[in-house]
Design a protein around this ligand. Structure first.
Ligand SMILES: Nc1ncnc2c1ncn2[C@@H]1O[C@H](COP(=O)(O)OP(=O)(O)OP(=O)(O)O)[C@@H](O)[C@H]1O
Ligand code: SF4
Ligand SMILES: [Mg+2]
Length: 324
């Protein structure tokens, strides 16, 4: 019998979230399934990437995993503990161990705060008492680990560059010494050269602090570079899980995403199949495969029956006709 693997740090099972929109005076109440039955393990000490186009449910999944949002169905376990069953006090204590880094780090910080105040806030929220000397030391330590000068402590966000602001966002997420970071497009609004610096910083921090990451991006090229495993989402569902970032995709959607990754050679660029066609209406998903309208391999079976996620040798694909 195969040895059971180590328990993942985070495990989601059948995780789903619906949003009801409209109703009342504004017409018909419609329900959108932002995340549909996501079952996923996040192994400890590794980087799990989540990739997909805008609106496919990445940020909703991120918020569900951290229980910043309640699920409509399914569960999230952190080290085997069901987050839904936890009393508020225990959830708050566990929250110290899981943090989020946002695309725009100051979206969740008062813009009137200096860097020092922004970095002290997590301690205040968690009720961690600090003497003035301890607070000063903690701010200095956090600035140092993200490669920022201590002289920036009294700066306001408008005085910082985009890269510096994101370093503050990362420092803030690290303030309470978490184990798990959910990084929601942390480099999406940065210039390419600054993006590379932030990715290098995240890599160093993961190795030095033994962190586990769930790294969300719409950029498959970046995810394949940075992540150990890649989860591909389409219209709220997982359509493929690459067990290694370099594994050859078997789902036509992932293949198309890969083909539309920036190809510097203009003679090749014309030959690659670009991702064309519309994403279906999330309020009215098709009965079969959600990708069928954009897929060159779609047949009657695809249009009628939704493919389920099937795993072979750790590689999961939801497709009736997976590519070889
Ligand atoms: N609070 C909400 N109320 C209603 N619909 C919502 C809400 N939050 C998200 N949605 C919808 O759920 C779907 C998934 O949104 P989500 O923000 O998770 O996508 P995403 O993959 O993060 O997109 P992006 O790449 O643009 O950040 C979208 O159709 C979105 O409009
Ligand atoms: S199930 Fe059919 S339509 Fe969907 S991705 Fe596979 S081949 Fe294409
Ligand atoms: Mg998002």
């Amino acid at each position: 019998m195969a040895e059971p693997g180590p328990t993942p740090l985070v495990r989601t099972q059948g995780l789903s979230r619906d949003f009801a929109v409209g109703g009342g005076m504004f017409g018909r109440r419609r329900v959108l399934q932002a995340v549909r039955e996501v079952t996923l393990d996040v192994p400890r000490g590794r980087v799990t990437g989540v990739v997909g186009e805008s609106g496919c449910g990445k940020s909703t999944l991120a918020r569900l995993v951290l229980r910043l949002l309640d699920a409509s169905a399914g569960s999230v376990h952190f080290e085997g503990i069901d987050l839904a069953g936890l009393p508020a006090g225990e959830l708050r204590r566990l929250r110290r161990r899981m943090q989020m880094v946002f695309q725009d780090p100051y979206s969740s910080i008062d813009p009137r705060y200096t860097v020092r105040e922004a970095l002290r806030e997590p301690f205040r929220i968690q009720g961690v008492a600090q003497s003035p000397a301890q607070a000063t030391a903690a701010v200095a330590r956090l600035l140092d680990i993200v490669g920022l000068s201590a002289a920036l402590a009294d700066s306001y966000p408008h005085q910082l560059s985009g890269g510096q602001k994101q370093r503050v966002g990362i420092a803030r997420a690290l303030a309470l010494e978490p184990d798990f970071l959910v990084l929601d497009e942390p480099t999406a609004s940065l210039d390419v050269s600054i993006q590379a610096q932030i990715v290098a910083l995240l890599e160093r921090l993961r190795a030095e602090l033994g962190l586990t990451y769930l790294f969300i991006s719409h950029d498959l090229g970046l995810v394949r570079y940075f992540c150990d495993r890649v989860v591909v989402m389409y219209l709220g569902s997982i359509v493929e899980i690459l067990p290694e970032a370099r594994a050859t995709p078997r789902h036509p959607y992932t293949r198309a995403l890969l083909d539309s990754v920036f190809e510097p050679d203009p003679t090749r660029r014309r030959r690659v199949a670009r991702l064309t066609g519309e994403i279906p209406d999330a309020f009215d998903p098709p009965p079969g495969c959600a990708f069928a309208a954009r897929c060159a391999h779609a047949d009657e079976l695809c249009r009628q029956q939704r493919p389920s996620l099937a795993t072979a040798a750790g590689h999961a694909v939801a497709c009736h006709h997976p590519l070889s």
